[in-house]
Design a protein around this ligand. Structure first.
Ligand code: PAF
Length: 284
């Protein structure tokens, strides 16, 4: 596995990789979710590149950028074991050169996917998806993959990226793979590392709430507000859970429909202690 840290090294390393090239953008601290994306890329392409970069542009000023879990040595080992060909680990200076080009600012250009970027996760984390869209587009330009892999756990992110790729004619296929879960249903996430043992026990409640919503819909409930209310009330019974939002939405627009017609997506975000967790479930 080749490890590169600079943009120039990356450009020449990428030219040498046999096509098709699969790409898995990550922020590191790998778990089974990341590894499942790498495995899919390995299976479906002749080479696989992975980026490991905690992108400051997608974090708000009060968010967890500085304490985001990191373990580069372990990530390198795991990527190597998965047969990854190229691991790109840039510094902030490489990705967003501070002086010379744009003194005092990270970068002037921001990519915004209107509408989709400002609801749900975007409403709770203003600017988050602009940061994601910008860095992902930069990475696509640098790596020039044929296929890029994302997890369904970040449902809204995947939709933002699909839309960006469609609108800007980016020549890359986007594959979104199922959320990998712990045996008790908790979606795997690097942020699960923040949970205390008590919070860890309580955290699967978010997924259970979504399952409850799914059950109600399957039994014939067609009023989104009724489903939302039941999910909220279920979550409010867990004292360690501080709900941000839980909703029923159209899978493409993410708007709450007047009446439920399948498919819909159930989306939720909640705090358990210092960990803000998100999850979703598509009801087809
Ligand atoms: O999902 C993530 O880990 C990040 O948002 C991504 C796509 C790597 C962009 O920084």
């Amino acid at each position: 596995m080749k490890i590169v840290r600079s943009l120039s090294e990356l450009r020449s390393a990428v030219r040498e990789l046999p096509r098709p090239l699969g790409f898995v953008p990550t922020m590191g601290y790998f778990h089974e979710g990341h590894l499942s994306l790498m495995r899919a890329s390995r299976k479906e392409n002749r080479s696989t590149a992975v980026s490991l970069y905690v992108n400051p542009m997608q974090f708000g000023p009060q968010e967890d950028l500085t304490r985001y879990p990191r373990d580069e040595a372990r990530d390198r080992r795991l990527a190597e074991e998965e047969g990854v060909d190229l691991l790109f680990i840039p510094t902030d200076e490489e990705m967003y050169p501070p002086e010379g080009r744009i003194p005092g600012s990270l970068q002037r250009t921001r990519v915004q996917v209107e509408g989709l970027s400002s609801i749900w996760e975007g409403a709770s984390r203003p600017g988050h998806f602009d940061g994601v869209a910008t860095v992902v587009l930069k990475l696509f330009h640098l790596v020039q993959p044929d296929v890029a892999y994302f997890g369904q756990k970040d449902y809204q992110q995947a939709l933002v990226i699909r839309t960006l790729v469609r609108d800007l004619d980016v020549p890359v296929d986007i594959r979104v793979l199922p959320t990998v879960r712990e045996p008790d249903g908790l979606a795997m996430s690097s942020r699960n590392a923040y949970l205390s043992p008590e919070e860890r026990k309580a955290a699967p409640r978010l997924y259970q709430a979504l399952r409850l919503g799914e059950d109600l819909i399957r039994k014939g409930e067609r009023d989104p507000q009724a489903v939302i209310w039941q999910m909220e009330s279920f979550l409010s019974k867990e004292p360690l859970c501080r709900l941000d939002y839980v909703t029923v939405a159209d899978p493409e627009t993410l708007l709450v429909p007047a009446e439920i017609r399948l498919p819909v997506v159930l989306l939720g975000a909640a705090w358990f202690g210092q960990a803000r967790l998100i999850d979703n479930l598509i009801v087809r």
